[in-house]
Ligand binder design. Structure first.
Ligand SMILES: Nc1ncnc2c1ncn2[C@@H]1O[C@H](COP(=O)(O)OP(=O)(O)O)[C@@H](O)[C@H]1O
Ligand SMILES: [Mg+2]
Length: 220
């Protein structure tokens, strides 16, 4: 069989500010150097499109392209289907649009949340929709804890991870730490791995672990 493998990843969440766009942006930096990679920015905030514009203005080459939903059709007509397509969605996505996305085959859903047990219910609701609507059984998805605080508050992240597991929701082994370098990076059209400090380097490794877990899961 000559068919080429394509990987479709979707960031999803009911809340804003959980790290959906940051996750799309960082995964694209990891996959982009390997094979053609596209972020489809379907968020009306257009975060990834803005970050790409900053990168261009500051002359930072990025190893992928960010397009709008309509821009994606033009991209395919010109270049064909990219190996990696990361769809970045808006918070509180309308039910009809969510249903439309979830019915597409072979996608991996990343559900970022902040480390607080009270956020588990919203993720569980989304997980139910995924399980009911995706054509794959079992579906490919996992919750991703972001903004993990170091030291004293670390148990908050671990409590949240445990609560997700109790609710039967797959969760990434890696959690993404909280560091201001994430907003510094997007303000400069960069990724956190471009910064030399320990927190930024660890955060970059955490996203690499997430990318590896997605690839491992999509093999099955
Ligand atoms: N792990 C993190 N640590 C610190 N700040 C983060 C982290 N992830 C994202 N951010 C910041 O939080 C804000 C919201 O992130 P964003 O990815 O835009 O969320 P969403 O797309 O879910 O609305 C941005 O300013 C971003 O730089
Ligand atoms: Mg966003």
């Amino acid at each position: 069989m000559q068919q080429k493998t394509h990987y479709r990843i979707v960031t999803l969440g009911l809340k804003g500010g959980t790290g959906k766009s940051t996750t799309a942006w960082h995964l694209a930096h990891i996959f982009g150097p390997l094979h053609p990679t596209i972020i489809v920015d379907a968020d009306n905030l257009r975060s990834c499109l803005n970050w790409q514009a900053i990168a261009e203005a500051l002359d930072h080459p990025i190893p992928f392209q960010v397009v709008s939903e309509t821009g994606y059709e033009d991209y395919i007509a010109e270049h064909g289907v990219p190996t990696y397509r990361i769809l970045d969605t808006q918070a509180s996505i309308p039910a009809q649009k969510l249903g439309e996305i979830l019915r597409r085959p072979r996608q991996f859903y990343v559900l970022p949340l902040r480390p607080d047990v009270s956020n588990v219910a919203a993720v569980a609701a989304l997980a139910r929709d995924i399980r009911e609507l995706t054509p794959e059984q079992p579906p490919h998805y996992a919750a991703l804890i972001t903004h993990r605080l170091a030291q004293a508050q670390v148990s908050n992240a671990e409590d949240t991870q445990a609560a997700l597991r109790r609710a039967g929701i797959p969760v990434f082994e890696a959690m993404i730490r909280q560091t201001k370098k994430f907003s510094d990076a997007s303000d400069a059209g960069l990724h956190v791995g471009k910064y030399g400090d320990k927190a930024a380097q660890s955060a970059w490794k955490e996203y690499q672990a997430v990318a590896a877990q997605i690839m491992e899961d999509m093999k099955s």
